[in-house]
Design a protein around this ligand. Structure first.
Ligand code: AMP
Ligand code: ZN
Length: 469
């Protein structure tokens, strides 16, 4: 399996630190609002990376944080007149709902910055001790960027170029920095903001330190993969490397993966421009499985443009797979023969070729665009080889392949048949007749059958009423 590593700027063979195991950290969202479809891209992409690795037999320890202390959260809390934690807890819960709706698996651990302050104080203390950090007279702790000799290795930036670019960026309050390149590890509290006690001042952490600390706590000092959107390469991930490697004295992450940006109608997504969509907005217009399909139809490192036309095309593509699976189910129900014939065995070997094609695409830096093409070819093969009567075993074999490959992409392609109102009424009538005939066993079976389909029955004086649970 090859992964493009931002650190080396090339595709490298994936060799885990520990055989059979993958330690993976993905920078998660800052929770001050509902997540937008840009945030959804790394969630879907890296969930698919995780699913593929699990499919290959790796045990994946997947950590993704919630940044729950930040200027934007505090601003929103002040606007609503509530504590910052009310805002962050609300949007963490909403984010988890969106993740579930997009079929993004929950992480092994979802740490929150505010619950990891102790670890941050510890790491900052180590950095001061090792002279990689210093305390300014107001209690702010800065990382001494030039003291970390590898600074710039991820973003391939040269310190002196950065110096030139950053000199003008010195903002007020930061004039105690030894060098404009230094960045904040801990900052003093401001009136009305959440704060924690520390040896340097009452205050709160800078943004970058949380990921170094949470990654170390849940995955160890050295990890396999660290990931996020490409906007995080600099300064966030560069600073994380500096903090972790300086504090631990070890290389931090082996592979750095970054997804390209999602634009809308070829423009940067922006609230003020009015081209900004939350996942919730999109969920009202489309099945979120279509959003997932759309995200995976491009390579994760390429920029991706979102538009109504492209979503329509994604919807058609996704439907093609769903329809094929439902046809195979129908054919299976109506098939007269059980086992595969010799000819069907040859065909099923041929179908295996599309599975290999899928794996080869995914092994090549998770090329989901080509992997989805392989699913399409398999669907085409299934459709054209099931025009005549086929055995159940053969049909099941085709279906299993389509469902397994789709599942690696997190695509749910086997839709539960919606039970229609008229079928419910018919079953209720059958149950009433069974009760009249004192066949209570059958009556109970029917009640349970309906319950499994999400229909709850209520016996009232006016007769039987039902509702969808
Ligand atoms: P944030 O809440 O801004 O820290 O973002 C959470 C994650 O979403 C990070 O990995 C970002 O890189 C990613 N992200 C934010 N906006 C976009 C976008 N328009 N396209 C792709 N990824 C994005
Ligand atoms: Zn991070």
């Amino acid at each position: 399996m090859k992964i493009y590593n931002t650190l080396s700027k090339r595709k490298e063979d994936f060799v885990p630190l520990e055989e059979g195991k993958v330690k993976m950290y993905v920078c998660g969202p800052t929770v001050y609002n509902l997540i937008h479809i840009g945030n959804a891209r790394p969630m879907i992409v890296f969930d698919t990376v995780r699913r593929y690795m699990e499919h290959k037999g790796y045990e994946v320890n997947f950590v993704s944080n919630f940044t729950d202390v930040d200027d934007k959260i505090i601003k929103q809390a002040i606007a609503e007149g509530v504590e910052a934690s009310v805002i962050s807890e609300r949007y963490i819960a909403e984010c988890k709902k969106d993740m579930q709706a997009m079929n993004v698996k929950p992480a092994t651990t979802h740490p929150k910055a505010t619950e990891e302050i102790c670890g941050m104080l510890d790491m900052i203390g180590t950095l001061i001790e090792k002279d990689y950090a210093y305390v300014a007279s107001d209690g702010t702790v800065y990382f001494r960027t030039r003291s970390f000799k590898d600074y710039g290795k991820l973003s391939h930036k040269n310190l002196d170029d950065l110096q030139g670019g950053n000199r003008s960026l010195l903002v007020s309050g930061e004039d105690q920095k030894e060098d404009p390149l230094d960045f904040v590890l801990w900052k003093p509290k401001k009136e009305g903001e959440p704060y924690w006690e520390s040896p340097w001042c009452d205050g709160r952490p800078g943004w970058h330190i949380e990921c170094s600390v949470m990654s170390r706590r849940y995955l160890g000092e050295e990890i396999d993969i660290h990931a996020g959107g490409e906007d995080l390469i600099f300064p966030h991930h560069e600073n994380e490397i500096a903090q972790s490697e300086a504090a631990n004295g070890k290389p931090f992450a082996k592979y750095w993966m970054h997804n390209g940006f999602l634009n809308i109608d070829n423009k940067k997504m922006s609230k003020s421009e009015g081209n900004f969509f939350t996942v919730r907005d999109i969920g009202q217009k489309y099945d979120l499985q279509v959003l997932r399909f759309f995200m995976l139809s491009a390579h994760y490192r390429s920029p991706l443009n979102f538009s109504a036309e492209l979503m329509e095309a994604a919807g058609n593509g996704y439907d093609r797979i769903v329809t094929s699976v439902s046809n195979l189910n129908y054919l299976m129900e109506n098939s007269a023969s059980e086992s595969m014939s010799g000819e069907e065995r040859v065909l099923s070997d041929e179908a295996e070729g599309f599975v290999t094609q899928f794996d080869e695409a995914m092994d090549d830096d998770f090329n989901t665009a080509d992997a989805i093409s392989a699913i399409f070819e398999l669907v085409k093969f299934a459709n054209s080889n099931t025009k005549e009567a086929r055995s159940k075993e053969f049909l099941q074999c085709l279906k299993d392949k389509i469902v397994t490959l789709s599942d690696i992409c997190g695509l749910i392609v086997e839709k539960k048949q919606e039970i229609l109102d008229k079928d419910i009424e018919a079953l209720i009538e059958k149950r009433q007749a069974a009760r009249k005939a004192r066949n209570f066993q059958l009556a109970d079976e029917i009640r349970n059958e309906l319950l499994e389909k999400g229909i709850v029955l209520e016996d009232t004086r006016e007769g039987v009423k039902w509702k969808r649970a």
